[in-house]
Ligand binder design. Sequence first.
Ligand code: GLU
Length: 480
Amino acid sequence: MSTVRVRFAPSPTGYLHVGGLRTALYNYLFAKKHGGAFLLRIEDTDRTRLVEGAVENLIRTLGWAGLRFDEGPGAGGDRGPYVQSERLSLYRTYAEQLIRDGHAYYAFDTAEELELMKAEQERLKLTPKYDRRALKLSAAEVEAKLASGAPSVVRLRVPDATTVVIEDVVRGHVEFESAMIDDQVLLKSDGYPTYHLANVVDDHLMGITHVIRGEEWLSSTPKHVLLYRAFGWELPVFAHLPLLLNPDRSKLSKRQGDVAVEDYMRKGYLPEALLNFIAFLGWNPGDEREIFSLEELVREFTLERVGKSGAVFNIEKLDSVNKEYIKTASTARLTEEIRLRLTAHGMAVPPDHHIAGVIVLMKERVATLEEFVTGCGYLYADPVAYDEEASKKNWKPETGGWLRELLPLLPGADGFTASSLESIVKERATVIGVGAGKLIHPLRLAVSGTSKGPGLFEMMELLGRDACVRRIGRALAALG
Ligand code: GLU
C-alpha cells in the first residue's frame, strides 16, 4: 500500500473546536504511526462563514498542542496550495470534466424558484430534493444561457437506483440508496466550489489515503464516493469518528461548557494533558493505562480501537489528567507559566525563588495552571477580605487576645521556618490549655483570608516574618 497521507481540513470559522483537535490528533497519530504525512488544508470556500484571523489562530493553536503538520500553509509541501480559495481554477476544470462526461450538469434556477420547488415538495410530503428541471434544457438552451451570462451552478448527476456502499473502518458497512441523495451543487454561481467538490478533488490531488473525520460528515460521504467514481479515482479509506457528547449525552455544545481549545489553553491545561484526555474521547488502549505521552500515543494508536458510540467530554476527568501532568512538570516550566499568568492578571511578579516556593506548596493541590495564581492570590499579596463563614467559625472573642500574645513569641526572620513556627504555636496552645486548632485556624484566616490552602506553617515560612506579622496585625484590626 502507498505511504499513508492524511489531512486535517478545518474551515476557518473562528477557533479550533475540541472536536477539531481530536480529529487533528487522530490524523496526526495515524500518520506518525505509519511513517506517513500529516497535512493541514484550509477549507475556506464558504465565504459567508469566514472569520478574520481564524487561519492564523488555528495554526497557532495546533502549534501550542504540539501537532506539527508536514505539509500545509506555511509548512511547504509539493501538493499545494493548501488553502482552497487559492485553488479555484482547479475546481472549475474538474467540474467541467464532470459535465463533459455526463456526471454533472448546469442549472440556472433562481433562489425564488428553488424556494417554490421546496415548498411544493413539502406540501406533497416528498423528500426535499432538486427536481432536475435543468436536465430538461436542450444543449442549445444551456449554451445560450451560459453565453448570456445567466448565473449558473453545476450539479452532480446522482445515478438512478444504485446503492452506495461505504466500508468505514469505524462504522463498518454503511449503505445509502442513491434515490435519497440530492443532486448536490458542486460549483456555486460565485465560482466557488462547495465543500463536496473541493474536498474530493483535493483529497485526490493531495494523495490522501485515509479520510479520518467526525461522524457528522458520514452523510456527505456517499456524495463523495459518487464523485470518486465519476472521476474514476481510487477511493481513500474512510474512518468516521464518534460524536463528542455533553455529560447528559446531548451533542457537545457551548451551552454546557467550553468547546474552544483556546479556552482550555487560557484556563491552564497543559497541551500534553489536553491531548492525552482528548485521545481517549473515542479511543482506548484496551487496558487500564491512562497517562500517555504523544510518543506513546503514536505507538499505541490504531483506528481499529476507535469506538462507534459517542464519547462524553468529562471535565473532571480532564482535571485529573491535568493534575498528573502538573505534578511532573518542571519547576522552570511552571515558573514561566505562572509569571505569564500573573502579568496577564496585572499582578506583581515576585522573584523566582518565591514562585518556586508557591509551586512546592501548590503543585499537588491545583488542577490547572491558572489555579497557581487565582487559587492562591494570598501567596502573592495580602488578603483584602476574610472569608465570612470561616471568620464566624474560627474567630472567637478570645482569639484576638491569644494572637496578640503570640506575636512577640514568633521567631526572628532567620529562624522563621515551618518547624519552629509549628512548635511555638503548639506550645502556646498547650500553655493556654486549648487544642492547637484554636490558634491554627485563626492564624490561617489572618494570613490568607480563607480557611483552605496549603499547610499553614509552610505558607508562613514562604511569606516570611514581615508579611505574616503585618497580616496578623491587619486581621486583628479588622476582626477584633
Ligand atoms: N471542512 C470540513 C470541516 O470543517 C472538513 C470535513 C472533512 O474532513 O472532510 O470539518
